[in-house]
Design a protein around this ligand. Structure first.
Ligand code: SF4
Ligand code: SF4
Length: 469
């Protein structure tokens, strides 16, 4: 259980302790202060993590990874559906055609291919219906497309959960749509497995622990970086045995642009705002929480810069991916309203999203208040430098950890230094404390650390680092 007394959510971001060097880069970027350094390794507090992947981006040692389902799992099913968002296609260089990408997916073993945004007009109509007929608040409605921002709101801005659009994200809609199409082909639902190819960890977490519904209709998740590598190695290979695919007649301009900044906003009538990048999202949510965001009807939020083109499982450069996506969108027609989709529209309704506040010092309100006062008293004795040398991201986070009996005053190296000077603690004990926090060999000479003379560099570059094309 977490501090909000709700079952823990699934998390897709993991740490490989063997690679972690406790360098604190992750500590500094985590938007929910979910990371602590303990025993010389970074650890994640599950109740705070929103699977945004900022830590994954920041780590110079590739110690963070994203779990996924084994690709061979697709063969548990007679019919195997690859469900992917438009950014998959856009991240490839121009010399890789759509037919080649679809062809390699067929070579891998998928029998059916569906771009997530194919039935987007159903979602557009449904969001409009929500705004006009179900939402009766003066403040803006907030997009529920990006699961990292939905979880961020749940844990950091719990009062704002009531603004979230109560509709599933496009991958769930598309999965229901595929099931409907397969049924029309006479395929038994138990024979078909739907696998979502994801650009980020947040979508994995959302599939494994969906908000507003009990279980996702998606059967498995494949990381987009794995598919990228397979397409790059097979599409340019010598045999050229590509299959073409004719199931793209429902793709629309709006659908292709949906996951990029302004993609959703474009379909929404009224005054709306599009915000991408975690730090920008946080600033805008803070303004909204403080009542300083007037005259906005709709807020589109994307945790990643350039929306899903900047997802952590994307290999391509996000700006080039977004540019290709805009160009590709121009080659497809405008979205047409689907008829006879009432059943599908019903399937994408979700129940109200529940808050999961992270700063619960106690479930009893009186005790929580007392503990908060205690944390504030402790703060008087901490230097307020927020240096991270205690293994917590800020002095206040350390004070709150202490109130929860998860840290001690001597974790602060400055307090420890002072206590040593005052004779309250021996130099030997102080050093042992440091070793306990940062690891026994931490203070040995090590020329392989990042930036030291034997450093072999940051590891294999991805396309974004290298800016290849
Ligand atoms: S995924 Fe995001 S919220 Fe979770 S630990 Fe990493 S940076 Fe923090
Ligand atoms: S912007 Fe897209 S890729 Fe990034 S976390 Fe949100 S849904 Fe995932």
């Amino acid at each position: 259980m977490n501090h909000s007394n709700q079952p823990e959510l699934h998390h897709a971001i993991k740490i490989d302790p063997d690679k972690c060097r406790a360098c604190t880069h992750c500590l500094q970027v985590c938007p929910t202060e979910a990371i602590r350094i303990r025993n010389g390794k970074a650890t994640i507090i599950p109740g705070r993590c929103v699977d945004c992947g900022e830590c994954h981006r920041a780590c110079p040692y590739q110690a963070f990874y994203v779990e996924q389902d084994d690709l061979s799992r697709i063969f548990d099913y007679k019919y195997r559906v690859a469900l992917f968002p438009a950014v998959l296609v856009s991240q490839f260089p121009e010399n890789i055609s759509e037919e080649q990408i679809y062809g390699v997916l067929k070579q891998i073993g998928f029998t059916h291919i569906c771009e997530v945004e194919q039935p987007i007009s159903v979602l557009i109509d449904s969001i409009k219906d929500f705004a006009q007929n179900e939402y009766d608040n003066e403040s803006p409605i907030i997009s529920s497309f990006c699961p990292a921002t939905v979880r961020l709101i749940q844990v950091k801005y719990p009062a704002l959960t009531e603004h979230l659009v109560l509709r599933n994200a496009p991958h769930d809609l598309a999965a229901w749509y595929v099931r409907m199409r397969l049924a029309e082909e006479g395929i038994d639902p138990s024979d078909a497995g739907i696998f979502y190819i994801t650009p980020c960890a947040a979508k994995i977490a959302a599939v494994k622990s969906p908000v507003g519904e009990k279980k996702s209709i998606v059967d498995g998740i494949i990381n987009m970086s794995e598919i990228y590598n397979r397409v790059m190695s097979k599409a340019t290979g010598a045999n050229g045995a590509f299959h073409s695919c004719d199931c793209r007649n429902e793709i629309s301009r709006e659908g292709i642009l949906w996951s990029l900044p302004e993609g959703e906003k474009a379909a929404f009538e009224g005054k709306s705002l599009s915000v991408d990048g975690m730090h920008n999202v946080i600033r805008i949510l803070e303004r909204l929480e403080d009542g300083e965001l007037p005259d906005i009807d709709f807020l589109e939020l994307r945790a990643c810069e350039e929306g899903c083109a900047g997802g952590i499982m994307m290999t391509g450069n996000r700006f080039l991916t977004a540019d290709r996506q805009h160009k590709r969108a121009k080659t497809f027609p405008k979205a047409q309203s689907f008829t006879g989709m009432e059943e599908l529209a019903e399937k994408i309704r979700i129940t109200p999203v529940q808050p999961r506040p992270m700063v619960h010092l106690d479930t009893n309100i009186e005790k929580a208040f007392e503990k908060m006062q205690k944390a504030r008293s402790i703060m008087c004795h901490l230097p307020g430098i927020d240096c991270g040398a205690c293994g917590a991201p800020s002095c206040l986070a350390l004070a709150e950890d202490m109130v929860r009996h998860e840290a001690r005053m001597t974790d602060c190296i400055y307090v420890q230094q002072l206590w040593q000077k005052e004779g309250k603690i021996s130099a030997d004990k102080a050093f042992r404390n440091l070793e306990k926090k940062w690891g026994a060999n931490r203070f040995d000479v090590d020329c392989s650390k990042h930036g030291a003379k034997n450093d072999n560099g940051p590891g294999p570059m991805n396309e974004e680092d290298a800016d290849l094309y």
